[in-house]
Design a protein around this ligand. Structure first.
Ligand code: NAP
Length: 488
């Protein structure tokens, strides 16, 4: 997983936090039009942050009691006259009712905080619409990604970023300054044409998770169907045995580890493919295909879903002995053995297989938990690059190897038992091994000195067919420089 993904702001734009060009906001008077939920939370937070607040309402007498006593609640026109920066906490549908204020609004900064109910609801953003209604004002889009709840509970309890855009740099700077004093992180999103994008943000539902979730669901569906055929449909067709009771727990519990294991290997497969391409191109300065870029960017989510499935598998496995069916089967086996007068049922090989299988599974889950924890931005930010890459890359690969051991000890010799081939279908675990084993094999090949050296050089800027200066690590771990050409 790339560290950049964790460290960068929600959106890849310039953070204005700590910008020395942003002037202090001390004691500025800020206006708020509207007296609804957002206006109340905003006014409260502005007052707490040391601003003088004037609220403009159509009915100030009735609404005054809802605001902190330090805020002045007055008629809209009166409020607008008293300040240069006005937050428009009114729905877009009611913007036109503010047109009566056009004269007093001339030259003022209007902050459009509105959101829509649908993504790309209209061609024109709300902020652009407001700007068209009040051409003599400067409109800044901002604060819409912050909820009334976040404003009230404090920036620490919610998202800290305030995305801001406007065609007027000075106005944008003023609003950024206010956001900063309120404890938020202003992020410059550029000019007014970005307003539509900013208005879409609060409406998006886990955009980075869509592909990984579909991938996990797709894998789950495939493995579930495969296991259903082997564990339920096959005994029904061949022996007329009703095994439907296996569906809720047994089939699900054999499916979850398959999904988790394959997903974990899919976290490392794009890195292998990227390395193959770099070796093939002989440079790191050539773009990867879009699908590979996308895949690389989704590794964190794929890894977390792998951990989620592994955790569910652990809980399901712990619950297996609780099932009624399991108790009946145990009693049935005990009775059978008593009837057959079997005294010693201990199978040494089975005992060892199970001990190793469970132990290795626990270690794999422990490592996956570590990977999941270090992918949290707050934890990732506390690690330096080497620590982060050690956990995500080295420990992650070890987790994949240990998961492979877990799978192999589970399967043991089943792949060689012809009774395990239901409808000629091989045991599920043999299928799950394909991608992870390919990744492990590729990683082993890449660790061969001749390939590793070439890859290292490429990643430090060396290019096939070019004469460049590059740096090689010396035996002591320090760096020594050397000249080389492409054919060295
Ligand atoms: P709300 O509770 O319904 O308040 C809207 C306010 O608009 C009313 O209290 C009213 O105040 C004023 N208003 C002015 N002209 C109006 C008219 N013609 N008809 C009706 N009301 C009129 O809404 P809200 O939740 O505060 O949201 C206000 C804006 O903030 C919206 O654009 C919303 O998208 C945005 N926003 C809200 C949140 C949130 O968490 N609530 C988060 C981000 C953005 P007076 O009666 O005093 O004039």
């Amino acid at each position: 997983m790339s560290r950049g993904d964790m460290a960068k702001p929600l959106l890849g734009h310039r953070s204005m936090e700590g910008d020395p060009s942003i002037p202090p906001a001390a004691g500025r008077t800020v206006g708020v039009l509207g007296s609804g939920d957002f206006a109340r939370s905003l006014a409260t937070r502005l007052v707490c942050s040391g601003f003088k607040v004037v609220v403009g309402s159509r009915n100030p007498k009735r609404k005054a009691g809802l605001f902190p006593s330090a805020a002045e609640v007055t008629f809209q026109a009166d409020a607008v006259k008293k300040t240069d920066v006005i937050f428009v906490a009114v729905f877009r549908e009611h913007y036109s009712t503010l047109c009566d204020l056009a004269d007093v609004l001339v030259g003022k900064i209007l902050v459009d905080v509105s959101n829509n109910t649908e993504i790309n609801h209209r061609k024109e953003s709300n902020a652009e619409y407001l700007a068209s209604l009040f051409p003599a004002c400067t409109v800044v889009k901002g604060f819409n990604v912050i909820s009334a709840w976040t404003l009230q509970s404090g920036a620490r309890d919610g998202n800290k970023q305030v995305l801001i855009c406007s065609d007027n740099q000075e106005a944008k700077r003023t609003v950024a300054e206010i956001a900063q004093v309120m404890g938020f992180t202003p992020v410059d999103m550029g000019c007014m044409s970005s307003a539509r994008e900013i208005e879409n943000i609060p409406l998006r539902l886990f955009p980075a998770w869509k592909i990984p979730i579909f991938l996990a669901l797709g894998l789950f569906l495939c493995f579930f169907t495969y296991n259903l055929i082997r564990q339920v449909i096959h005994p029904y067709i061949r022996e007329q045995k009703n095994k439907l009771y296996k569906i809720p727990i047994e089939v699900v519990n054999t499916t979850l580890p398959c999904v988790s294991y394959v997903m974990l290997s899919l976290v490392y497969l794009p890195g292998v493919l990227a390395a193959c391409l770099q070796l093939h191109y002989g440079t790191k300065y050539r773009r990867f295909p879009d699908w590979l870029d996308q895949w690389l960017q989704h590794r964190k989510q794929i890894g977390l879903l792998s951990f989620f499935c592994a955790a569910l598998h652990a809980v399901y496995s712990l619950c297996l002995p609780m099932r009624r069916s399991h108790r009946y089967q145990l009693i049935e086996t005990a009775v059978k053995q008593a009837v057959e007068k079997k005294m010693n049922v201990w199978v040494e090989e089975e005992v060892w297989r199970m001990e190793i299988y469970i132990s290795v599974g626990i270690i794999a889950l422990g490592l996956l938990s570590l990977l999941a924890i270090t992918s949290l931005p707050s934890v990732a930010n506390s690690l330096n690059w080497r620590e982060f890459s050690f956990v995500q890359s080295t420990l992650g690969f070890i987790a994949l190897v240990i998961s492979t051991l877990h799978t192999l000890t589970y399967g043991w010799s089943r792949a060689f038992d012809e009774n395990q081939y239901k409808f000629y279908l091989p045991p599920t675990y043999t299928l799950t091994l394909l991608v992870p084993c390919t990744v492990i094999l590729a990683k082993i090949i890449f660790s061969l000195p001749c390939i590793q050296q070439r890859l290292l050089r490429i990643r430090r800027g060396w290019e096939k067919g070019r004469y460049v200066k590059f740096v090689l690590p010396s035996a002591t771990g320090e760096f020594s420089s050397g000249e080389t050409s492409s054919n060295v």
